[in-house]
Write a new protein. Structure first.
Length: 87
């Protein structure tokens, strides 16, 4: 009878050298307002994917686009903690 044995490295492939570095985690944290704004825009677009957007939907998409632009601007200018824009 042959026994099936897993290879330990492929099963537990979470070695310390494979984890993200502190610098990479900091970069993700700085980009998080942009990511959240893009997710909000995507949510607004998904809502109207199978129907004609009403005026309220169009406003929501416009606001989400402005938030994405403001978040990108803030990130590029180095103030990623503050996104600005209309609420």
């Amino acid at each position: 009878m042959d026994h099936i044995v897993t290879v330990q490295d492929s099963v537990t492939a979470f070695e310390p050298w494979m984890e993200p570095t502190d610098a990479e985690l900091d970069a993700i944290d700085r980009e998080m307002p942009v990511i959240r704004a893009e997710m909000e825009l995507l949510d607004a677009q998904i809502v109207v994917i199978d129907r004609t957007p009403c005026e309220l939907d169009e406003r929501r998409i416009r606001r989400a686009r402005r938030r994405v632009l403001a978040a990108h601007r803030a990130h590029v200018n180095g103030r990623s903690g503050q996104t600005g824009g209309a609420a």
